[in-house]
Design a protein around this ligand. Structure first.
Ligand code: G3P
Ligand code: MG
Length: 250
C-alpha cells in the first residue's frame, strides 16, 4: 500500500483526450488548450501505425476524427500525416495533424503537464502495442520526476507493460460495475489504480478499492454536481471533457 501511495502524484482533475469537448480530441492543439486552462494532467489515447509509430487516436478508424477513411493500424505514419484531424471539430482547428507520442511527450514535459497514456491497441495488436508504447514511454519520460500513468482496458496490453517497464505505474480501466475478481486482476497486473466508468463509481466502490490499497478514478465526468460528489466521496481523480464548467482547480 505504501508503494502505491508513493507512486501516486497525480492531480484530482484530468483533461480528457487533451482538451475535452473544446478542441479536436487527441491532438497537440487539445493538449495545449488543456494546459492553457490550467490543467496539470491530460489523458490521451495511444495506438500504433502500420510502421509502429505511436500516435494519438481513439478509434481504430480515422473516419470520425479526420478527413480520411480506413484503419489507422493499416496506414503508415506518412499516410496519416497527410490527413486533417482538426476540421471535423471546427474551422479554427483545420489542418491540425495527428500527433506522435513523441511530440506530446515533449510538449507536456516542457510545460509541466502530467500524462495518462491510455494504451488503446487496434484489435489484434494488444501485446505488441502494450510493449512498444511502454518502451517508448519509458525512454521519453526517462528524466521525468513524475512518470506517466499507463492505463488500458486491455489486460494483455497491461501485462505487456508490466513486463516491459514494471516501474511505470499502471491503471486498469473498467467499463462496468466492479467485477467479482477485480482484486485478482489488479494484483496480477500490479496496478496502482482502477479507472472506472463514472456511472458505476459509488461511495461503496471507492471504499472497497481504497481498503485494498488502490487508487480509484472516474471517467468521464461532465456534470459539475457529479464531479463534486465523486471528489467528496474520496474519488482520487476524475477525467472531464467539460474543461470550462469543471475547472482544473475545483
Ligand atoms: O481513460 C479514460 C477514458 O478515456 C476511457 O474511455 O473511450 O474515452 O477512451 P475512452
Ligand atoms: Mg481514453
Amino acid at each position: 500500500m505504501t508503494d502505491t501511495l508513493l507512486r501516486w502524484s497525480y492531480p484530482r482533475i484530468i483533461a480528457h483526450r487533451g482538451g475535452g469537448h473544446y478542441a479536436p480530441e487527441n491532438t497537440l492543439a487539445a493538449v495545449r488548450l488543456g494546459a492553457q486552462r490550467g490543467f496539470t494532467m491530460v489523458e490521451y489515447d495511444v495506438k500504433l501505425t502500420q510502421d509502429d509509430l505511436a500516435i494519438l487516436l481513439h478509434d481504430d478508424k480515422v473516419d470520425r476524427t479526420s478527413n480520411g477513411s480506413g484503419d489507422a493500424g493499416a496506414m503508415s505514419y506518412r499516410e496519416l500525416a497527410t490527413l486533417d484531424f482538426g476540421a471535423w471539430h471546427s474551422a479554427r482547428y483545420a489542418g491540425e495533424p495527428i500527433p506522435t507520442l513523441y511530440a506530446i511527450a515533449a510538449f507536456t514535459q516542457h510545460n509541466g503537464i502530467l500524462s495518462d497514456i491510455e494504451i488503446k491497441p487496434c484489435a489484434g495488436t494488444e501485446e505488441h502495442t502494450g510493449t512498444l508504447v511502454t518502451r517508448m514511454a519509458r525512454l521519453m519520460w526517462a528524466h521525468a520526476k513524475v512518470p506517466p500513468l499507463l492505463s488500458s482496458f486491455s489486460e494483455i496490453a497491461l501485462a505487456a507493460a508490466l513486463r516491459e517497464a514494471p516501474e511505470l505505474p499502471r491503471a486498469l480501466l473498467i467499463a462496468d460495475e466492479l467485477p467479482t475478481d477485480w482484486r485478482e486482476r489488479m494484483q496480477r497486473l500490479q496496478c496502482v489504480a482502477l479507472n472506472m466508468n463514472q456511472r458505476h463509481v459509488t461511495p461503496d466502490a471507492i471504499h472497497r478499492v481504497h481498503e485494498a490499497g488502490y487508487k480509484i478514478t472516474a471517467w468521464t465526468v461532465n456534470d459539475t454536481v457529479r464531479a463534486h460528489d465523486l471528489l467528496d466521496w474520496g474519488c482520487d481523480a476524475i477525467f472531464t471533457d467539460e474543461i470550462e464548467a469543471i475547472p482544473a482547480s475545483i
